[in-house]
Design a protein around this ligand. Structure first.
Ligand SMILES: Cc1cc2nc3c(=O)[nH]c(=O)nc-3n(C[C@H](O)[C@H](O)[C@H](O)COP(=O)(O)OP(=O)(O)OC[C@H]3O[C@@H](n4cnc5c(N)ncnc54)[C@H](O)[C@@H]3O)c2cc1C
Length: 502
């Protein structure tokens, strides 16, 4: 029996499955689609997402395949208002990658295959019944699967969320957006994206990477109408909107590789867990694509859940640890939903006053490097801390729950490494070279298993720190702090025989 069934092989489900498989959990991944999606969808992997993929060993050659980060040149009434540039924090080792969701998913599938798991396409979860020992999942076609846990990474219309009877409250934000990725002969600078604001709405044009070097994403909000639009009609309407709102008539569209009509909703699931059923990614939260946060938030959910579920299925932690997953990730999603909704509304400039505020005050502020730096940091999600969550701490910095930056350090045998290279399924005891960590290490081994905790030396660290597999600080590596943390997380000490075996 597989221990965990992941419903949905989008970026969230694939990252979760990689995180579980790398930790030795028997995992099965099913997806109702008959094959992988080819459409690009998200095209920015923000810095936090890059770090997660690095830790699960799925980054591969994505860095080499990404476009240079580009800015967005914004216009209104025939004037250029500002160019918003990516200004990453130079103290951070990781920067965003402009790479398509299709390429990211392909890389995650490769990593998963290396770990011995293949996605089962054309396999739909239709029903699930849970009892005290596990979940019986019914698949379309009549087959059943008996598993310990079912995780719904099955997108905004999640069946698992319905089966778990978890409410998904929220409201529509924008009724209708049109999108087309088109090959076009267009004499436009491809080093930046462009956005044009108009009283009828906005239109965006983003250069995208492909072999021909002439792929563009066009996106615009349009008035809602009940009419169904064919792909040709979507492309024709976007070309009209580009002329009306941007005065751009010179786009020679050759063909469309993907079109879509979507509405923007903002919703957050009331909870992320009902017993043995869990939710992650778009199944748990949806919001505006402006700011490119959806995929990244889902990938972050997956990493947070993977190590906790791995501890629970191995019997090292009480299932209550899984409640800390929602405790840490749900407030983050609520904030992302709030900010992306506000930013979308500001950019759409509702009413004369809204347009004045956008064109004369807010967008011009984006010319300032300090504002650009802050916006880049905000989008990166590198600021995420769980210090106010159920496993968080107080006192001196860094606090339990804070993210620790990647850094060079040395292993016990003196070889050089990076903190994140040692994480993933593993934990790290990061300590100053002069700090004696034997007591903390012994305690960590008893709770987490021998061989799971790397001792790393870093002259820049004061004392010792136990680092979680997701790069956040668990606790300072002194015995009282570790005991408190293991207690709060519900980690049990295994029998001596089990400890020796691990
Ligand atoms: C135009 C656009 C641009 C975007 N840009 C960005 C961006 O730049 N950055 C960003 O971070 N995000 C962006 N997003 C959002 C991003 O695409 C989503 O947040 C992301 O796909 C969510 O991933 P997921 O794995 O949670 O869900 P999904 O990608 O929706 O995957 C869900 C999977 O579950 C499968 N499934 C559904 N029901 C079942 C079932 N019953 N049984 C089995 N399988 C099932 C589906 O077939 C699907 O493969 C954008 C979205 C859009 C539409």
């Amino acid at each position: 029996m597989s221990t965990v069934l992941v419903a949905g092989a989008g970026p969230t489900g694939l990252t979760l499955a990689c995180g579980l498989a790398v930790a030795g959990v028997a995992v099965r991944v099913v997806d109702r689609a008959t094959e992988p999606a080819q459409a690009s969808r998200a095209n920015i992997l923000h810095a936090r997402g890059v770090e997660v993929l690095d830790r699960v060993g799925a980054l591969g050659d994505l860095r080499e395949r990404a476009l240079e980060p580009m800015g967005m040149r914004m216009h209104a009434g025939g004037r250029e208002l500002a160019t918003m540039r990516f200004l990453p924090d130079q103290d951070e080792a990781t920067q965003a990658l402009f790479v398509s969701q299709a390429a990211i998913e392909a890389r995650l599938r490769e990593r998963l295959a290396e770990l011995g798991v293949d996605v089962e396409w054309g396999t739909t979860v239709v029903d699930a019944q849970q009892d005290t020992d596990g979940v019986t999942v019914r698949l379309a076609g009549g087959a059943t699967a008996r598993v310990g846990w079912l995780v719904g990474c099955d997108g905004a219309h999640s069946r698992v969320r319905e089966l778990a009877e978890i409410p998904f409250p929220g409201v529509p934000v924008v009724e209708r957006f049109l999108l087309a990725d088109v090959h076009a002969d267009w004499d436009r600078d491809r080093s930046t994206s462009a956005g044009w604001f108009h009283r009828d709405g906005m239109v965006l044009a983003m250069p995208m990477r492909d072999a021909a070097g002439n792929l563009w994403r066009l996106m615009a909000n349009v008035s809602p109408s009940g009419a169904h639009l064919t792909p040709d009609e979507i492309v024709a309407r976007l070309a009209e909107v580009l002329a009306e709102r941007a005065g751009e008539t010179g786009i020679g569209i050759r063909d469309a590789v993907w079109t879509s009509v979507f509405s923007i909703q903002r919703r957050v699931a009331a909870d992320y867990r009902r017993g043995r059923l869990l939710l992650a990614g778009d199944a748990a939260h949806v919001h505006s694509p402006i700011g490119g946060q959806g995929m990244n938030t889902g990938i972050g959910d997956a990493e947070n859940l993977a190590w906790k579920l791995a501890l629970v299925v191995s019997g090292r932690a009480d299932p209550g640890l899984l409640d800390t997953y929602a405790g840490e990730r749900r407030p983050l999603a609520t904030g992302v939903v709030r900010r992306t909704t506000t930013n979308t509304r500001l950019l759409l400039g509702e009413g004369v006053a809204g347009r004045f505020l956008r064109d004369r005050v807010l967008v011009p502020l984006l010319r300032r490097p300090t504002v650009q730096r802050r916006a880049t940091r905000e989008a990166s999600q590198l600021w995420v801390s769980y210090r106010r969550g159920p496993l968080g701490g107080s006192g001196r910095l860094p606090r339990a729950g804070d993210r620790l930056r990647d850094r060079l350090c040395t292993r016990a045998d003196g070889t050089a490494t990076r903190l994140y290279r040692e994480l993933g399924p593993g934990w790290a005891l990061l300590a100053h070279p002069d700090t004696d960590v034997r007591g903390g290490l012994d305690l960590a081994h008893r709770h987490l298993g021998g061989g799971r905790v790397a001792v790393l030396r870093d002259p820049g660290t004061s004392g010792g720190l136990l680092v979680r597999p997701d790069g956040h600080l668990a606790a300072r590596a002194d015995i009282p702090a570790l005991r408190r943390w293991f207690g709060a997380a519900g980690l049990t000490v295994l029998q001596a025989a089990d400890t020796r075996r691990s």
